[in-house]
Design a protein around this ligand. Structure first.
Ligand SMILES: *Cc1c(COP(=O)(O)O)cnc(C)c1O
Length: 349
């Protein structure tokens, strides 16, 4: 069997047979003088009285330049959370199939599986937060359809070893998702560059973090066109609204500005981690390739409550497996980080 036919065989049978909804905007893609095909209100003359492009070609062509990948290899979702949900709905038969996750990691993989009545098979990262790759591959069963990897990983902040990720992609008999929500803060290249080589690879990125547009809800999935076509068949026809398509298109012109913001953020990350490293109440500061820092303290809960009372909210991860006593601190702007440091100086258990 070729890999191509394997992908077809991994898709849920009802999805493989799906005849997708064909919208008015789908069936007529050209320009016309008179649009009487979509039951819109012709008297409203603002920017939003028409249905948006269901496949977002104008925006995708811009993203295609930015990421050096063909528009046919791009799916856009209402946040990457939509892509996570669609992946599970496309490949996992409820009540039968499983996803595989490696904890601690981003919580949405499990929630999306739970919502879809898909079992979650769990491995633990090693002590240094790397993949137990032999265990993952030797314990795979036929019903394990998707392996979710997150690199840089949330909440630990580290990159997964590229060798291990490659072994996973090559050895896992199913879809391997590499969630790169934080890749722009790391010093390693994206797995997007490998998509031409691997038919079972899906890379997730988002405009919520480095691009600073979390409020718009725009996430990206990159994969070979065979997989993107299935995404497009299953997604709600108009999943990305017109405002978001236009606004993000324009913001992409600010690439240089965003790059310099990221550079400043990395400096701030160093200032915060240097500070935490010498704070007497902090036990361990994990190295970060993301825009947040995981640190531990046996006073974690007290620090969290103390900061909260002082008007600073960070994320308590102390109950998360392998993150005992862990707190996750997002890197803010210089003023915010200074306030954090000043308050931490006043902490007494
Ligand atoms: C924040 C985050 C996302 C973001 O998803 P959006 O829905 O695009 O905002 C995805 N994956 C991970 C690991 C994240 O931390």
């Amino acid at each position: 069997m070729t890999k191509e036919s394997k992908i077809q065989s991994w898709i849920r049978p009802n999805i493989a047979q799906l005849k997708p909804y064909s919208s008015a905007r789908h069936e007529f893609e050209g320009q016309a003088d008179v649009y009487l095909d979509a039951n819109e209100n012709p008297f409203e003359q603002h920017l939003y009285h028409r249905y948006p492009d269901p496949l977002q070609w104008k925006l995708k062509s811009k993203i295609s330049e930015l990421k050096s990948i063909a528009p046919e290899s791009i799916f856009l979702g209402n946040g990457s959370d939509e892509a996570i949900d669609l992946l599970i709905r496309i490949f996992c038969e409820p009540g039968q199939d499983h996803i595989v996750i490696v904890e601690p990691t981003y919580g949405m993989y499990r929630v999306a599986a739970d919502i879809n009545n898909v079992k979650v098979k769990t491995h633990l990262l090693t002590k240094d937060f790397q993949l137990p790759i032999t265990e993952i591959l030797t314990q795979q069963e036929a019903r394990d359809k998707i392996l979710f990897l997150c690199s840089p990983n949330n909440p630990t902040g580290n990159l997964l070893s590229a060798n291990d990720v490659r072994q996973a992609i090559e050895g896992f008999d199913g879809i391997v998702v590499v969630d790169e929500a934080y890749i722009d803060f790391s010093d390693q290249p994206s797995w997007i560059d490998e998509i031409a080589q691997y038919e079972n690879l899906v890379v997730l990125q988002t405009f919520s973090k480095s691009w600073g547009m979390a409020g718009l809800r725009l996430g990206m999935a990159f994969a070979q066109p065979a997989i993107i076509r299935i995404f497009n068949a299953v997604k709600p026809p108009y999943n990305i609204n017109q405002y978001t398509q236009d606004y993000v298109h324009d913001q992409l012109g600010k690439e240089e500005e965003v790059r310099s913001e990221i550079a400043e953020l990395l400096k701030q990350r160093k200032i915060l981690s240097d500070y935490l490293n010498q704070n007497p109440w902090v036990d361990k500061v994990h190295p970060s390739q993301a825009n947040f820092i995981l640190f531990t303290s046996d006073k974690a809960r007290q620090i969290f409550e103390y900061l909260r009372a002082a008007g600073i909210v960070i994320r308590d991860r102390s109950q998360v497996v392998l993150c005992e006593n862990g707190l996750r601190l997002t890197v803010g702007n210089p003023r915010e980080n200074q306030i954090f440091i000043e308050k931490m100086e006043g902490f007494k258990p």
